[in-house]
Design a protein around this ligand. Structure first.
Ligand code: AP5
Length: 218
């Protein structure tokens, strides 16, 4: 199964991608996590991406498309879920071309829909384990001990780009550069919409049933 997630910052793409990985063994390909890891390691890619990420802008297409080409090499027959890619029409076209060459087209594009004030509030209360990408939320899903990851006991951080002014910029960038993908996937008849503001388990069920329906179709 090959799935991509579309949706504004804070919509829960990372949360649901992790669940699909845990429950169905899909490879989770999170471009944001890969870029942050490169930044932390000080790689050339990390240095090139840093300024864009700090400003809440998109990293240039050619850099992320190259990254995805590498990531696809490690995908097994179970398939993948991408949270954070594609984010522009050229990225979506490049993904279709890569998958076309492999003879494994995309199955589903899931669109997470949610109103802006709720998403901004979520990001302001998000805490992340920078080593694993696992996220918590002090309002809806707090860790057992404040500031500490339940899974590996390491410290949690608030992401630099979750400051209010950067979040506003990221939301603008989403509207301008990523929203056109909704039409792109609707025309390709691959779009499934979910209510991003529903509880985590309801969102997960909706996504699982969309995937099951796609799996059952001839
Ligand atoms: P990225 O890391 O992908 O950020 P994003 O898309 O803005 O998404 P977020 O990670 O902020 O939110 P999410 O939807 O994953 O929500 P989450 O599950 O954490 O990208 C960062 C930057 O990298 C970009 O700005 C860009 O610079 C660069 N980049 C990345 N990909 C790129 C690309 N393809 N091209 C160019 N540049 C790229 O949930 C949020 C919070 O809500 C958490 O606290 C969570 O616990 C909580 N929550 C989740 N679901 C629910 C629920 N149903 N109910 C209640 N709380 C919930």
């Amino acid at each position: 199964m090959r799935v991509v997630f579309l949706g504004p910052p804070g919509a829960g793409k990372g949360t649901q991608a992790r669940l699909l990985h845990e429950r169905f063994g899909l490879a989770q390909i999170s471009t944001g996590d890969i870029l942050r890891e490169n930044l932390a390691r000080g790689t050339e890619l990390g240095r090139e991406a840093e300024g864009y990420m700090e400003r809440g802008q998109l990293v240039p297409d050619e850099l992320v498309i190259g990254m995805i080409e590498q990531e696809l090499l490690r995908v097994t027959a179970a398939g993948f879920v991408m949270d954070g890619f594609p984010r522009t029409v050229p990225q979506a076209v490049a993904l279709d071309a890569m998958l076309g060459r492999r003879g494994t087209p995309l199955n589903v594009a899931v669109l997470f829909k949610g109103d802006r004030p709720a998403l901004v509030a979520r990001l302001a209360s998000r805490w992340t384990n920078p080593r694993t990408g696992r996220t918590y939320n002090t309002l809806t899903n707090p860790p057992k001990v404040a500031g500490i990851c339940d899974e590996d006991g390491g410290p949690l951080i608030q992401r630099e780009d979750d400051r209010r002014e950067t979040v506003t910029k990221r939301l603008e960038v989403y509207d301008r550069q990523t929203k056109p993908l909704v039409d792109y996937y609707r025309k390709a008849r691959k779009l499934v919409e979910v209510d991003a503001l529903a509880p985590v388990e309801s969102v997960a069920e909706r996504i699982a049933s969309a995937i099951a329906a796609e799996h059952a179709s001839p």
